[in-house]
Design a protein around this ligand. Sequence first.
Ligand code: SF4
Ligand code: SF4
Length: 309
Amino acid sequence: MRLYKEYICSAALNAGFIRARVLSPFNFDASRYPQYAGGEKSILVCALPYGNQHQENCLPPEAGGCPAAIAPFARFNYYREAVRRMKRIASLVRLRYGGEKCSFRILCNSSAPEKHIAAASGLGAFSRNGLIISPEAGSLFVIAAMTLPVTLESDPPLAGAGDAHFPLCVDCGEKPPCAAACPTGAVLGNGFIDRARCVQWYASGHGSPELGLNGIPATVRAVWGTRLYGCTACQDACVHNKCPIQGVTTSEGRLPGFIDARELLRLSDSDIKSMFKGTAMGLSWLGPRSIRRNAEAVLEYQSLRTNSG
Ligand code: SF4
Ligand code: SF4
């Protein structure tokens, strides 16, 4: 089994994943995750970096319109890219060692507890802003995992990692940069985010109607900025994301850096669906209603700024 593990981990690294770990013994609790449970003995956990050296630098149009920004992590569909690469690894491993196709289940942006699996395997450690930080790619990566039908030697968590311990955050002091940078004070600094204040949480379609503008509170709209999708302030400020981190190259789900918010609001639901199909903004939980609401928040923010200026 040692050779099996060496083979699968080097296949993952060769495929562009920046870190590959194995968690074993591993099986899903069938009562909580019946869709994933069945025959797995170990799980391969990998980090696919999107980094901060972006494939394209996007500047807003110089004049006219109302440019609404798409964050770099969403300008390509890194989830889809990670799954594509995992499938290739599964084929290589099955070719060499056999195993039923259904034993190699791939999880990426799934409802499984991917962050907890990543932390338990030592892919990274929980940080004070609630994200997983890896030694090689900071928090600028997507997690992809694959169940395995064999029991491999397990990798340990990172040294010092635990439920309330953040081994990669030790130098950040009382008011860490991630918390200071958050426009709404949503980073609590204890590993949790106050979702009710998080721009990204609302940008992902959450909220309740009584909060105004279809569910986004005025305090959050006041700092919404030009974000059509993706608040990255807490990640941009993190000390682990400051050095150059190379991301993988992909052509999956390419989106522009900016879309005109007014133009977007003129589109029908089906136009919006086809515009974002196959992209990181085309996921089922982020429908036309949420995207339109984000565009409205950008327009409202711009008009508040114009009126106050
Ligand atoms: S995503 Fe934005 S609003 Fe949410 S916690 Fe991070 S910086 Fe704050
Ligand atoms: S800025 Fe500091 S405290 Fe915040 S997540 Fe990064 S390392 Fe941790």
